[in-house]
Write a protein of this length. Structure first.
Ligand code: ADP
Length: 179
């Protein structure tokens, strides 16, 4: 199973794990809610690990729209920054595929603007927001691989999947994608 591949001199990998425990990444991406508040899933894990200072820093940046991304400090997380993305609610925010792709594009652009090298993403929208995993994984991988080429700073993207079943779906798509 392919878990790591090089594209345009950058590494794309998919691992099973916890987005709030990525020690070697410059930024982790939050599958945020519009209000940028602590919630369930990824947002809960990130805000719990970061501490209350993160919500405080987020307050003046909220609300955000589907597809949008904003960047903050990482507070007590072991990273430099958190990039908060609002994914589409499946069946409600449309076109879902374009809004989801915009999350990954906008997050990478913020990482590049801030001179970050390594960024970890969760599977945005595939939990509470109901986006089916496989199409969401294809959009995530294709958008990131396409966007990496013109970037200078971002050289390592890690997808962190909570379950090993989800990780296998990503690994299969990565294997099928030409490097
Ligand atoms: P959304 O509201 O965008 O759907 P969720 O946080 O509900 O976001 O879920 C997004 C994905 O992240 C789901 O596939 C879920 O299983 C996964 N997930 C939940 N907690 C974590 C975590 N701590 N680390 C990585 N992935 C997680």
């Amino acid at each position: 199973m392919t878990t790591k591949k090089d594209f345009h001199g950058a590494t794309v990998e998919c691992v099973q794990g916890d987005i709030a425990n990525q020690l070697d990444m410059d930024a982790v991406v939050n599958a945020a809610n519009a209000e940028l508040r602590i919630g369930g899933g990824v947002a809960g894990a990130i805000h719990r690990a970061a501490g209350p200072g993160l919500e405080e820093e987020c307050r003046p940046l909220a609300p955000i729209d589907p597809g949008q991304a904003v960047i903050t400090g990482a507070h007590n997380l072991p990273n430099r920054h958190v990039i908060h993305c609002l994914g589409p609610v499946y069946g409600v925010d449309k076109p879902a595929d374009q809004l989801l792709a915009a999350c990954y594009r906008n997050a990478l652009q913020l990482a590049e603007q801030n001179g970050l090298r390594a960024v970890a993403f969760p599977a945005i929208s595939t939990g509470a927001f109901g986006y089916p995993l496989e199409p969401a994984a294809r959009i995530a991988l294709n958008t990131v691989i396409e966007q990496l080429q013109p970037l200078n700073s971002v050289r390592h993207v890690r997808f962190v999947l909570f379950s090993s079943a989800d990780q296998r779906v990503y690994a299969q798509i990565l294997e099928e994608t030409a490097g």
